[in-house]
Design a protein around this ligand. Structure first.
Ligand code: ZN
Length: 151
């Protein structure tokens, strides 16, 4: 699954049910990553396709973080913190990808990496689904941040 969607799912958690609870938002974000990776999603093992997509996805994920942070600026600071924590937790398990690319190894124990690889349900035909999920999660985040204004 695209890391952008993991980031957006973490934002939903941190701006919604776990607003103002950053530790729980981060932890639940990590759990959400492994749950979402079990949902059938896009994936392509061809190295060139994977790398180009990963770079674009990484930039989109960073843009999503910046947009959520900007949209949170009228919230209480604790909501911004929990939204950021949820996004960090959602993306955290995928740190193995850039780490492997730049440093030649994953930062996680081999058992975790094996589990992470085993749960993937990928197909090269599911990119439209990824885009729809991103749009849906973005809309939910926008509604949550609009609904929970500073009081
Ligand atoms: Zn993953």
């Amino acid at each position: 699954m695209l890391v952008t969607n993991h980031v957006l799912a973490g934002a939903v958690l941190g701006a919604g049910p776990l607003a103002e609870r950053p530790v729980q938002a981060f932890a639940t974000g990590v759990v959400s990553h492994f749950v979402l990776d079990q949902v059938p999603h896009w994936g392509d093992q061809r190295r060139g396709v994977f790398l180009v997509t990963a770079v674009c996805d990484g930039l989109a994920g960073l843009a999503a973080i910046a947009l959520v942070a900007r949209a949170s600026r009228r919230q209480r600071p604790a909501v911004l913190l929990s939204a950021l924590a949820g996004m960090a937790g959602g993306a955290f398990p995928d740190l193995d990808k850039p780490s492997d690319l730049f440093f030649g190894r994953s930062p996680f124990p081999a058992r975790i990496d094996a589990f992470h690889a085993r749960i993937q349900r990928e197909s090269t035909r599911r990119m439209p689904q990824e885009v729809l999920v991103a749009a849906g999660l973005s809309a939910v985040v926008a509604l949550l941040l609009r609904g929970a204004r500073k009081s």
